[in-house]
Design a protein around this ligand. Sequence first.
Ligand code: GAF
Length: 437
Amino acid sequence: MAAGTPHPLVLAGSGESGSIFRPGGRFFRLAGRRGQLRSRRRLTPPRGRASFRRMNIEPLKEQFAARFGRPPQHLVRAPGRVNLVGEHTDYNDGFVLPIAIDRQIAAAVAIREDRTLRLASMEADEQAAVALDEPIETGSPAWANYCRGVAAGLLDAGVELVGADVLFHSDVPLGAGLSSSAALEVCTAMALLAAAGKTGAVAPYDLARLCQTAEHVYAGAPCGIMDQAISVMGRAGRALLLDCRDGSTELIPFDDPRMVLLVADTQVKHAIADGGYAARRTQCESAAAKLHLPSLRDADAGMVADAAETGKLDEKETMRARHVVGEIARTLAAVEALKGGDYRRFGELMYGSHASLRDDYEVSCPELDAIVELARPLGGVCGARMTGGGFGGSAIILAQAERAEEISQAVAAGFAERFGRACPIFATRAEAGAGML
Ligand code: GAF
């Protein structure tokens, strides 16, 4: 979770129970044309075909009506994310390559007559009240601090908010490194803007930055921009190449039906506010300062090696800088590999990224390393690496779709043998960024 204080927006049945594949399963698909249903055909999916998640919104609508005594006026959503490559580069002005995934936080919203926000969650017992005309402070419950920060940011930006009742519902696994916090921030922004009739009033990248600031100030988590940016700007079937120096983007096709992206959750929890993340940031900033550069984006491998040799950079600064320089290069190389459909090369870059995060950046853990090493020798695996901030969370495996089921089972079995507990694995794909439902 890209977060400081953990929030309880955990989902019910988020794939915790293991593989999502339906071995030899059959399912129904509605074949439509121009929005009309033409026929209902029974299809047999290729063996091992992954099923993707589509949240059932009905319980959200029903619970909203039960809690607030009227139906919602708006339904909004914001997704979690997986980063394909480009880790710990965002706060060094580098490149990242995330996708928005099929796990999201949705919210039901209706305007209130007074200037109060009432914030509730289907996954939490306690709700929060925020008075829009008073200074917005952090408070209890802690999960609502992400929302308080966003409300404060929108008001500071001059958006005229209105009172509203908001009910959230999440199926982003909590603490799995899939950015449930960014999804909550962005979902809050979508909900408050919709209530105020101001949807679209804040430009996408500005909205991401506003949400990032909310996380810094209200959750004490010094995150970069990646998670909020992809939650706002994700596109179905596309990865987002984001230049974190100037906010420019390029959409990269990521929709090859022969491939599937597996997410393996170590269930080792870590929060960005825990200290390891901030320490890495500080080391990077100090390395850049000693190299007389604005950021490590401006460094190259030679500069880092020379500075290490002359003692200008200490050992840890050298290791952190070497990772960042290498990871930025790997991200750009990975984009070329994806564009050329060269998954072997893409996979090599994933392994390179993981090794660098493990050895130089020191943000992996035995469970993440084990998933990568279990996946690596298996037929049909192109590459694997940890994703997100690290110290726990999830690893991703890029695999041939037709082998994905056996790969999931082999990795899960090896993980259980080694750690004596389950490792939930699910398939995901690039989905759209935040919007109305
Ligand atoms: C977390 C942060 F929130 C991101 O900004 C990014 O730094 C990531 O860790 C590491 O790449 O998800």
